[in-house]
Design a protein around this ligand. Structure first.
Ligand code: F3S
Length: 397
């Protein structure tokens, strides 16, 4: 692999131990994937930050990296943690768990993540980090990766935790996978038997497609993506395909920015009725909590919820997760006050799929996100009801 003089000096340890360790990871990944060179990245998004996932071993790994002088070189952001960093007590988290989670975020802050004040979110594109077409990134969370690649036309592989940190410290990734033109070609044409309408429909469709195409690059030839919430529908579709499959890039004819560069591939799949997706994602109709905001909600989505619950009283907890800045926008727009008056909560920083829900006394959750349904069941171990936004709100009411 060709390295610049500067990259070679970092690898030789001239920039310190942390930078050398980061370079070793980047170069090793490049060798594994046959890359010829490293390329600069515009931004990095680091995942795997929940204490539930990292545990003591991960915490020690971060402590050591900070002691060795780790410092980010490009804008770097953090994926959600398990809890709202300011309201974990209200959510019912154990203080010891919260202390460890706070230490993890503080360690990332010391590295300069989030300019020293990390804002954990899986939707960095809602908080001023909207990559431009063709920009190279090192993002880690699968729905953010799908959105950046497919909806924005930026270029990123799905980075692992240490790989993303290494990219943040060096500002480089090895040029392989979705950074290269040839790997952005669609591999399978997708036809839909039923047009999705709601955001949940797009999520159900994504779950079915992900199951079918696994790691491929789907090309939707006849999918209609109408307003309102057009981007939210694409976000939901991509998040679901990344969860039930490992789809990091998709194209939709006449919708996504790279679709016009390609012809539909010869291999075809036809996706049947969406109710199959709803059935596959649901295992209970009795829920204790309704969760909206997977991936993290936009202010428009929060506005929709506010309109639905205005003047009503919720009988079950309704938690909406979003980025801190988005919550600020929702407060300014008056949506947060409406939702809170009905009994709902807006939590920033948090992802319930990586939270110890059973320890919080939550055994069943309703969601309109196929990704949430998939991980709540498989990671958090709770029962799930998958439904449209109206149905989720009806359950909360
Ligand atoms: Fe985001 Fe967690 Fe869903 S990271 S995409 S809220 S599973």
């Amino acid at each position: 692999m060709k390295l610049t003089d500067e990259e070679r000096s970092w690898l030789a340890g001239e920039g310190g131990v942390a930078l050398r360790r980061a370079m070793e990871i980047i170069v090793a990944l490049g060798r594994i994937y046959g890359a010829e060179r490293l390329i600069p990245v515009e931004s990095v998004q680091i995942s795997g930050v929940s204490y539930r996932n990292l545990g003591e071993a991960g915490l020690n790994f971060l402590r050591r990296w900070v002691q060795e002088g780790a410092e980010v070189r490009v804008p770097a952001l953090l994926n959600p943690t398990a809890m709202d960093m300011g309201a974990w007590s209200e959510q019912g988290f154990d203080p010891e768990f919260a202390r460890r989670q706070e230490e993890i975020v503080a360690l990332f802050a010391q590295m300069g993540v989030g300019y020293g004040s990390p804002v954990p979110t899986c939707t960095p594109y809602y908080i001023g980090h909207r990559p431009t077409f063709g920009a190279h990134l090192a993002w880690a969370e699968s729905s953010a990766v799908s959105f950046a690649n497919s909806v924005l036309g930026a270029r990123t592989n799905r980075e692992g935790g240490p790989g993303a940190i290494a990219a943040a410290l060096t500002g480089r990734v090895a040029e392989y996978g979705l950074h290269r033109d040839e790997n952005r070609r669609p591999t399978v044409t997708v036809e839909v038997e039923e047009q999705p309408r709601t955001v949940a429909d797009f999520s159900a469709l994504g779950a079915l497609v992900g199951n079918e195409v696994k790691r491929g690059v789907p090309y939707f030839v006849d999918l209609q993506v109408e307003e309102p919430l057009r981007e939210t529908k694409l976000k939901a579709l991509g998040a679901a395909m990344a969860a039930t499959g490992a789809v990091a890039l998709y194209h939709v004819r006449d919708v996504t920015p790279e679709a016009a560069h390609f012809e539909p591939p010869a291999e075809r799949v036809r996706i049947g009725l969406l109710r199959k997706g709803y059935a596959f994602l649901t295992d209970t109709h009795e829920v204790e909590l309704v969760w909206i905001g997977c991936p993290h909600a936009s202010v428009e989505e929060i506005g929709e919820v506010a309109a639905m619950v205005e003047g009503k009283r919720l009988r079950r907890p309704l938690w909406i997760t979003c980025a801190q800045q988005v919550r600020g926008e929702a407060i300014e727009a008056g949506y947060a006050a409406t939702i809170e008056a009905a009994g709902g909560k807006l939590y920033a920083d948090a992802c319930l799929a990586i939270a110890p829900l059973l320890d919080l006394g939550i055994h069943s959750v309703a969601t309109l996100s196929a990704k949430a349904a998939f991980y709540l069941r498989n990671l958090a171990g709770v029962k799930v009801h998958f439904g449209t936004l109206s149905e989720c709100i009806r359950l909360a009411l």
